[in-house]
Every structure is written in C-alpha cells, then in structure tokens.
Write a protein that binds this ligand. Sequence first.
Ligand code: C2O
Ligand code: CU
Ligand code: CU
Length: 421
Amino acid sequence: PDGKNPAHYSIVAQEGTTEFYQGVQTETYGYNGSFLGPVIRIQSGQTVQFTTTNEMSKETTFHWHGLEIPGEGDGGPHEQIEPGQSKKLTFPIRQQAATLWFHPHPEGQTAEQVYKGLAGLIYVEDENSQRLGLPQQYGVNDIPLIFQDRQFDDQQQLNYQQFKNNDGTIGDTLLINGTLNPKLHVRREPVRLRLVNGSNARNFTFMLSTNEEFQQIATDGGFLNSPVPLNKLTLTPGERAEIIIDFSKLSTSIDLSLINEEGVVLLPFTITNERTTPQKMQDVFNQFSTTSEEQQLPVSKRLELFGMGTMVTINGKQFDRTRIDFVQQQGVTEIWEIYNKPDMMGGMTHPFHLHGTQFKIVSINGQAPPLNEQGWKDTVSIEPDETVKLAVKFQDKGIYMFHCHLLEHEDNGMMGQVKVE
Ligand code: C2O
Ligand code: CU
Ligand code: CU
C-alpha cells in the first residue's frame, strides 16, 4: 500500500463471552472477537486507514497508545463513539518500529472496559527493524505477551463493580494474552518477547527462574541503542518492553520460567530440542540520544501529581474536558518536569502517560535514567517524592491527554489536556 491506497483495517468493539474456565462462559469485551484484539501490523511511511465501529451497548473510544497521530484521531474522551456508530481515520505513520497498543478511553469508564477485555496491539515495522537480524516469526520466536491480572467472582465472571478499587483494581488471577495457565513452547534459539503491561494497576517484574540474564532491546516507542543485559525488569501499567531470551545459551533447567520478584511463576517455558540457525543480530539497534541541548533547556511545564483514591489530582485539579491545562507549539521541544508529591501516608507510584508522542527521559531526580530507559517512552513510572524531567515534542496538532495510567486514577480525574498548535 502507498499514500494513495492506504492500508485499511477494520476494528470492531464487541460484547461476547469467553471460556476461561472449562464449560463456563464469562461475559467479556473484545475487538474483532470476544476478548482482547488483533495485532495490527503497520509499516512506517505507510498511510493507514482505520474504520472503528462500536457494536457494544455503551459508548467507547478507540485510543492508540503510543501512536503519533493528530489530536482528532487520538481517541481521547472527546471522541466518543455511540453504540452502532463507526468512524473512519486516515493518517500517515512516521514513527519508528515499536510495539504499541490500543484500548478504550471513555471518560470515567476506561478501567472497566479494559478490565473486561478491550485491548489490542499495534506493531510498527520499518527498514531498521527488518535489518537487525531479530527473531521475527510471529508466534514462534517473536511473541506478544499481554499481562493482565483479574479477579473472577463465584460465577467466574469479571464483575468489575464488585472488585473495583479506587487506587487500582488488582486480581489474584493472571491472564497472559487472555489465557489462564499458559505455557510457551520455544526452540533452542533467541526468542523475542514483546511484553505489555495491560493491567489496570499492577506492576509486573520479570525475571528468569534461573536468575540468568536476558536482554532488553526496546522501550515503549522504539529500539534502544544496543541490547541492555538485565536480570530483572519492571513494567508499570501501560508500559511495554521487548526482550530477547537466548534459549540456545541458557542452562537447560527443566523448570525454566518467567517469574516475578516473589518467585511466583508467570510463564513456564517448554524447550524443544529442535535447533535452528538464527540470523546474526546486529549490535547497534538505534541512534537514540538525549542531546546536551535538551539537557540545557529550562523547564517550561511543571506538573505535580498528588493524592489517592478519588482525591487524585494533577496541579491540584481534576480532569475537566472543557479546560486546556497547557499549550505547546507543534515541533518545539519543551521540558516537562513532573513531581510526585508524597502525602502523610507516603504516597503512591504513578505511571505517567502522555498521548500523541514519544518522549525522552532527561533525568530522574537529577540523574540520567538507567540505560534501559534511555529510549523512546510514552509512559514513565514516578515514585513518591521523585522528580522526572521529560523532553517532549509533538509532530502533530490537536488536544492530547496526559494522565496516570493506573486506570482508576485516570477515571477519577488524574488527567489533564495539552493543546498543540
Ligand atoms: Cu494507554 Cu490515555 O492511555
Ligand atoms: Cu495513550
Ligand atoms: Cu496514579
């Protein structure tokens, strides 16, 4: 497809049922299906057209988390689609290869709709991503993993209102790609996992059960400059990371699995003895830099995150769709300084997310960010009493949200709007 013939995708929000437990139908939502949604693969440089349709009995919006898109197509609370209605969007893809996702964003209703299953993935590919020698056989050695914790009631239903918590609804049951108790079969070769924290509120920490190293190759919005070796990685809600686990090099432990910090198994691996001859991976992935110019820029926007439960605020205010909180010029880099102000109880970690662009983390408490956060980001975890500086530039115009990605905080008004002109 080229500019004249955009690649077309049809995305339909639906209500349905899903069999998580044998013989039991759980009421769920999904895109083009009953739970979660498709992986939409788009090529940088291409023009795409999305037809979004709401077949549900309640309003929704279609938000493209991480996509650089004009404000009108971004799918924030202003762009509500009524039941039975459709909307068409056409826009060019100019950003680099990355693993993005999409989910609803209706005012005050985001948490419940995501909880019940509305979320899908967008892969942006480009020449670079084809050239790097990365594993790219979908579902074989290039695997999307959406992590979500959920609570099922006595009837095995996702009864959001029963379990709702204003500081983040968490559950005792892990779903990966909507599956209970999944396993992953891999061959003895490097395997690329695209990790997505799609939970409402839970942080996920990933480790190998043998505590061996893996490599992080990408952040929310693109590749790191080169693979960063880690033996532990934490993602807050909304964040993504791509990692490579080289199963040809790991010890052949029979119980090799992805575990969390407490040692709980998240995903067991079964390793087949089949060997492959993987492509040689390049060592240089990207040319990401925080220039000294950006480091020298004065702070021009200050945000203070504060509160808990229904009392969450940004700069002392709660979301008001008729109020523009900030104005920024298109194409101009500004430094946003975000401070998470503790309260008497100590405060909470807030995953701060900005729509419509990818930003750079300039500093965290005055220090350079860790190597694996020196890449394009759209969501950053901010701990109590922490100050994070971001270099923010918008390629497009329009109104964009910024908010806490703990979805109940977002619904409770921990959100504001920046107008790019
Ligand atoms: Cu992932 Cu405003 O959203
Ligand atoms: Cu978003
Ligand atoms: Cu929050």
